[in-house]
Design a protein around this ligand. Structure first.
Ligand code: SF4
Ligand code: SF4
Ligand code: SF4
Length: 282
């Protein structure tokens, strides 16, 4: 079987929006019946580049997340609107433009990828460029991306580029806990994170290659990381709304420990940790 999907490397994305414009070029004033009718030239972002700023000065992170329809294998939109939304054998999920006339259809997608067309009175979304796929050419946004941040292909073919990228880069879908089984896989999407920087208090130099231990106070689960050449350490893929202990124990230094609560935007940078050298190291 063929089952189409996407691999998106958000670390490559430069927020240029060429993908969004490519989609508009393909769909505005173009009718691709029976899969889609013209996309409005404003207000619709069938692939939306979500901009996220996390943390606070001077430790701020920016990320860009290109977000089309996820063409889910268990789509909540289709469960809510079985007469208006269908899934093709190749996995592409289509909103039928002739019957998607209930405005509530917009809210049936937990990923927020269905848009309302005021002029036509219908819901619309990314079609994975099915009309192009049927002609053997890939989606227009994939073609347009100048840095190849989006890769399209057959997820059921283990030798396809998209399958290899997902496997080798350990890409993951957004919000798998929602149970929709999305077919768009990401690397570099922001996850709840704790980060910090280690500095020798005497020399003011970065402290590299030091083990930092992070423990989830609720579950007791412990993970470790090493500070890099610039003294930075980082733990990703944590849980929001949880308290962690961060502990640094390094030969020649007094140990340090503190509690960190991960919440709000899911990014806690605990700033510079000044490592105090022991006066009489053993
Ligand atoms: S991302 Fe939303 S619109 Fe697309 S298939 Fe999943 S639930 Fe439906
Ligand atoms: S796959 Fe096609 S329809 Fe979907 S966002 Fe990209 S260009 Fe638009
Ligand atoms: S075209 Fe590529 S680099 Fe530009 S915003 Fe879209 S995904 Fe990011």
């Amino acid at each position: 079987m063929t089952r189409y999907g996407l691999f998106i490397d958000s670390t490559k994305c430069i927020n240029c929006h060429v993908c969004t414009l490519s989609c508009k070029d393909e769909f505005v004033d173009n009718d691709h019946t029976p899969f889609s009718v013209s996309q409005p030239d404003t207000g619709h972002f069938w692939i939306n580049v979500i901009y996220q700023q996390r943390g606070g000065y001077p430790n701020v992170e920016l990320s860009y997340l290109p977000t089309p329809c996820m063409h889910c294998d268990n789509p909540p939109c289709m469960a809510a609107y079985p007469d208006a939304i269908y899934k093709r054998p190749d996995g592409i999920v289509i909103v039928d433009p002739t019957v998607s006339t209930d405005r509530g259809i917009v809210d049936s997608c937990p990923y927020g990828t269905i848009y309302w067309n005021e002029d036509l009175g219908i819901g619309q979304k990314c079609t994975m460029c099915v009309h192009r796929v049927e002609e053997g050419v890939g989606p227009k946004c994939v073609l347009g991306c100048p840095v190849d941040a989006i890769i399209f292909g057959d997820l059921d073919d283990p030798n396809s580029t998209v399958s290899k990228m997902i496997r080798e880069r350990m890409a993951e879908p957004l919000h798998p806990e929602w149970g929709a089984e999305p077919k768009v896989f990401y690397i570099g999407a922001p996850t709840p994170t704790v980060a910090g920087y280690l500095m020798d208090n005497s020399t003011k130099l970065d402290v590299e290659d030091i083990t930092v231990t992070l423990t989830n106070l609720l579950t007791g689960e412990t993970v470790m990381a090493k500070s890099d050449h610039a003294g930075n350490f980082r733990f990703e893929g944590l849980e929001n709304g949880r308290t962690y202990t961060v502990r640094v124990e390094a030969p020649g230094y007094y140990p340090r420990m503190r509690l960190v609560y991960v919440r709000r935007d899911g990014f806690r940078h605990i700033g510079t940790w000044r490592m105090l050298p022991k006066l009489f190291p053993k």
